[in-house]
Design a binder for this molecule. Structure first.
Ligand code: ATP
Length: 492
């Protein structure tokens, strides 16, 4: 954990001195014109990174698996010894409920729709049956897993590697933002499992000689509802055209799943079994969710107040826009809360670097857009703060699901301004309950306000300056690659 300069305060005099300290530090740093701890392009893009609205219609389309089966150990699932060993090494003692529900029908060769809460072990629920089959029938390009973001694809690869390493499984991660030629070389090494974002996978299917998925046996869509959305749909349709429909097993997994028949048809499932472990869109019991009503113009101050309250904890702050993520992260650093940003305006090395810094505990705060909302498994996230309320409820579920994972506890706080009331009501509706309000120390807020506002003003000016510089540098540059890169829509 990065060194802490601010301590949790309570009395009024202490608060004033806290504000004074922060102000002092801000002034010192501003005069040194150093407003960020990392390289950033400061692009002021207000593009909305949210997902589409939750589907209201509940159409019945697949057979549901009713009975809940409990297994005391993975041994009862009759897996190959190498997989049992890997589970033991990973300290997976018994299957989680989604694993207990999905693995048996998957081992029988069924198509699966897996629906379970965030952090409940869905990755292993689809990786284990694939690896078990692969052991009996080791072939190149055996399975392909698609994920909506690069970071999630990388994480899924790590799960396949740790579960399949002992049986010699080779996997490759094919995502946007990385070198095509290196990836083509990796593909030529005939890996068994390909984990990919859709745009880049399509690129290789079209352009990499000798690479095809004609013999593919398993197709997995993780965060399937997102992949089946409009934005990925056309690329997905093209991918599905060039992989076999006969003899292919398909798994769809997510914590929130579309129930629209046309979308599910896009995935070309054959008599799927729906393994739904909890009812729709539930969050885990170990997660405490609250909200904080924030008067207009005080959002930044409330955020800094909260970060100070949670000093020493690991926090993800979610924003709706890339520009906000960059601004908040810079603001935090200026006020000496160690933060890093993760959003689609960063190049892939910066994105990977940011996540690694956070995972390693070298930054206590990750300020991210929804690019980090789905799937990322960082076990030590204590708190999720919604700086901006997501415009759809699904996104809320995925964001708060970054904490309280695998049975741990966690907390989420949503900052609600007068503009967000409707959004929060919709979220509460989906959750089926009201979110309790956090109390706030008004004295602390008042004491912090000037310092935070001033620092924020400086940050905005600095980011604008960088943005102009970048625009000037970028003028006349060739943007040929842009349209293709845009197919990895997680960047948007
Ligand atoms: N059987 C098990 N026993 C103990 N821990 C497990 C087991 N299966 C998975 N885990 C751990 O639980 C954590 C969450 O798993 P995973 O990332 O697959 O969740 P998820 O359901 O995909 O979440 P999300 O919906 O957010 O993507 C991981 O750290 C994983 O290693």
């Amino acid at each position: 954990m990065a060194n802490k300069v601010v301590k949790k305060q309570s009395s009024k005099s202490e608060l004033t001195s806290l504000a004074e300290k922060i102000r002092q530090r801000a002034l010192e740093r501003l005069s040194a014109s150093d407003t960020s701890t990392k390289d950033s392009d400061g692009k002021a893009d207000e593009a909305d990174e949210s997902e589409e609205e939750v589907e209201a219609s509940e159409e019945k389309e697949v057979e549901e698996k009713e009975e809940e089966v409990e297994f005391e150990s993975f041994g009862e699932l009759k897996l190959v010894p190498e997989l049992l060993e890997a589970c033991a090494t990973l300290k997976f003692t018994k299957p989680t409920p989604i694993q207990a529900a999905a693995i048996p029908p998957a081992l029988q060769g069924k198509d699966i729709i897996g629906l379970a809460q965030t952090g409940s072990g869905k990755t292993a629920a689809f990786a284990i049956p694939i690896l078990n089959q692969l052991w009996h029938d080791q072939q190149p390009y055996y399975a392909c897993v698609m994920a909506p973001t690069r970071e999630l694809a990388q994480q899924i690869k790590e799960t396949f590697d740790s579960l399949g390493g002992a049986m010699g499984v080779r996997s490759v991660c094919i995502v946007g933002g990385m070198n095509m030629i290196d990836q083509a070389r990796d593909l030529m090494r005939k890996p068994h499992v390909i984990i990919a974002t859709p745009g880049r996978l399509m690129d290789h299917l079209e352009n990499t000689k000798g690479f095809s998925l004609r013999k593919l046996r398993y197709l997995v869509m993780d965060e399937a509802d997102r992949l089946l959305d409009m934005e990925f749909g056309p690329v997905l349709d093209r991918i599905l055209k060039v992989i076999p429909s006969q003899g292919r097993t398909t798994y769809l997994f997510s914590a929130t799943m579309t129930s629209k028949i046309d979308k599910l048809q896009r995935a070309s499932l054959t008599n799927p079994v729906k393994c739904a472990v909890s009812t729709k869109y539930q969050t885990v019991e170990t997660l405490i969710q609250t909200l904080m009503v924030v008067p207009g113009g005080l959002k930044n101050t409330f955020l800094i107040y909260l970060l100070n309250e949670f000093l020493g904890k690991t926090v993800i702050v979610f924003t709706r826009t890339k520009a906000n993520a960059e601004r908040i992260s810079t603001l935090c650093n200026l006020l000496e809360f160690s933060a890093t940003a993760l959003h689609g305006d960063l190049n892939q090395n910066q994105r990977t670097g940011a996540l690694d810094l956070f995972k390693a505990g070298r930054r206590a705060i990750l300020v991210a857009t929804d690019v980090a909302a789905r799937g990322l498994d960082i076990p030590s996230v204590d708190i999720v703060i919604n700086y901006d309320i997501p415009v759809d409820s699904k996104s809320y579920i995925h964001r708060v699901g970054r904490t309280a994972r695998a049975g741990r506890s966690g907390k989420s706080i949503s900052l609600v301004s007068q503009y967000d009331l409707e959004l929060i009501l919709r979220i509460e509706d989906v959750l089926g309950r009201k979110l309790p309000k956090e109390s706030v120390d008004k004295g602390a807020i008042l004491a912090l306000r000037d310092t935070v506002d001033k620092a924020n003003g400086e940050v905005v000016m600095e980011l604008n300056r960088r943005s102009k510089e970048k625009a000037a540098r970028g003028k006349g540059r060739n943007h040929r690659t842009k349209s293709r890169e845009n197919m990895d829509r997680e960047e948007q």
